[in-house]
Design a protein around this ligand. Structure first.
Ligand SMILES: NC(=O)C1=CN([C@@H]2O[C@H](COP(=O)(O)OP(=O)(O)OC[C@H]3O[C@@H](n4cnc5c(N)ncnc54)[C@H](O)[C@@H]3O)[C@@H](O)[C@H]2O)[C@@H](O)CC1
Ligand SMILES: Nc1ncnc2c1ncn2[C@@H]1O[C@H](COP(=O)(O)OP(=O)(O)O)[C@@H](O)[C@H]1O
Ligand SMILES: [Mg+2]
Length: 282
C-alpha cells in the first residue's frame, strides 16, 4: 500500500457540488445511525447532528428508548427508533452507520449481523461497532463477505483490538491500514492527526485538514455522521470517506479559528459543518 496523494480542497470541490435548485429532501439521502446507550447519549447526538448538518434529507437514530428525550431535545430534526426495530426494511436507507456509544454486547452483535447480511449499500462502522467485530469471529467473516461497501473508522486503540490486540505501537499508519485491509478487505480510515484513508490494497490518501483542538471526546462520532451523510447523498463510498475526513477537519479548523483549540468541543465541530460546506460549494 502506498500514499497516492493528499486529500485537498481541489479534490473535494469535484465531489461536493452546489445543490440543484429543484432538489427535494428525497434526493438528499435517508440515513440510519445505530448509536448511543443510556450512558452514552452524546455519541448518538454528535453523529446525528453532524449528519443532519451535512445535508441529509432524513436522519433516523436507532437507539435505547431511555435516551429518546435527550436526543429529541438536542437534535429535533432526527427521528428516533427503538433497538429491535431495525428489521423494518433496511433497504429504505441510503447509508447506515453503526457503533458510536452503543456498547459491546449481544444486541450490538445481532444488529451488526443483520446489517451486514441484509444491506448492500455503504455501511460506516465506528467505535463499539468495531469493538464488537473485534470480539466475534463470525462478524469478522461477515465483514469480508457482505455485499455492502464497508468503511471502518478506527483510532489506534480500536485498530489494535481489530488486529487481535497485536502490538502495533511501532507500526506506521500505513502499515496498520495495510494489516486491517488484509484482515477485513474493506475501506479503512485510520484516525488521528493526518488521518489516513486506505481505499484499496494499493491506494491510500492523507487528509490535510484538522487540528489538535479535535482531540476531544465525541469528535470521531461527528466524523461518522459526516461520512454517513455524504454516502447517503450519493457519493461513492471512496469519495464519502475521503471528502468526509476533509469536511470534518475543515469544520474543526473553522471552529478553532473562532474558539481556539482548548475550548473546542465535539458539538462545535458539528455546528461548523455548514460553514465548511458553504466554503466548499461557493
Ligand atoms: N459523550 C459520549 O457519549 C461519547 C461516547 N464515546 C463512546 O465511548 C466509547 C469508548 O470510546 P473511546 O474511543 O473513548 O475509548 P477506547 O478505549 O476505544 O479508546 C481510547 C484509547 O485509544 C487510544 N487512542 C485513541 N486515539 C489514539 C491515537 N490517535 N493515537 C494513539 N492512541 C489512541 C488511547 O489509548 C485512548 O486512551 C465508544 O463507544 C465511543 O463511541 C466517545 O465517542 C466519546 C463521547
Ligand atoms: N491532533 C489532531 N489533529 C487532527 N485531528 C485530530 C487530532 N486528534 C484527534 N483528531 C480527530 O478527531 C477524531 C477523534 O476520533 P475518536 O478518537 O474516535 O474520538 P471519539 O471516540 O471521542 O469521538 C478523529 O477524526 C481524529 O482524526
Ligand atoms: Mg471514537
Amino acid at each position: 500500500m502506498e500514499i497516492r496523494g493528499l486529500i485537498d480542497r481541489g479534490y473535494v470541490h469535484t465531489v461536493i457540488r452546489k445543490r440543484p435548485v429543484d432538489v427535494h429532501k428525497g434526493d438528499c439521502g435517508k440515513v440510519l445511525i445505530v448509536a448511543g446507550s443510556r450512558e452514552m447519549a452524546g455519541a448518538a447526538i454528535f453523529a446525528s447532528k453532524a449528519a443532519i448538518r451535512c445535508g441529509s434529507g432524513l436522519v433516523k437514530i436507532c437507539t435505547n428508548k431511555k435516551i429518546f428525550l435527550s436526543l429529541q431535545t438536542s437534535v429535533p430534526e432526527a427521528i428516533c427508533m427503538e433497538w429491535g426495530n431495525t428489521k423494518d426494511d433496511l433497504m429504505q436507507y441510503d447509508c447506515i452507520a453503526i457503533g458510536p456509544g452503543m456498547g459491546v454486547d449481544r444486541r450490538s452483535k445481532n444488529i451488526l449481523k443483520m446489517i451486514l447480511k441484509d444491506f448492500d449499500k455503504t455501511v460506516v462502522i465506528d467505535a463499539d461497532g468495531l469493538n464488537t467485530i473485534a470480539k466475534y469471529d463470525e462478524l469478522q467473516q461477515l465483514v469480508r463477505k457482505t455485499e455492502a461497501s464497508v468503511i471502518m473508522t478506527p483510532h489506534i486503540g480500536e485498530a489494535k483490538r481489530l488486529l487481535g490486540n497485536a502490538n502495533i505501537a511501532d507500526l506506521t499508519r500505513i502499515e496498520i491500514a495495510s494489516f486491517l485491509r488484509k484482515k477485513y478487505g474493506c475501506m479503512i480510515i485510520v484516525k488521528g492527526a493526518n488521518t489516513l484513508v486506505a481505499v484499496s490494497d494499493e491506494d491510500a490518501y492523507t487528509n490535510t485538514t484538522g487540528n489538535p483542538g479535535m482531540a476531544t471526546a465525541g469528535s470521531g462520532d461527528v466524523l461518522t455522521g459526516i461520512i454517513t451523510s455524504l454516502a447517503g447523498q450519493g457519493l461513492a463510498p471512496e469519495d464519502a470517506a475521503k471528502a468526509g475526513v476533509f469536511v470534518h477537519g475543515l469544520s474543526g479548523d473553522l471552529a478553532a479559528d473562532k474558539l481556539g483549540e482548548y475550548g473546542l468541543v465535539a458539538s462545535d465541530i458539528a455546528d461548523y459543518v455548514p460553514f465548511a460546506l458553504k466554503e466548499l460549494t461557493e
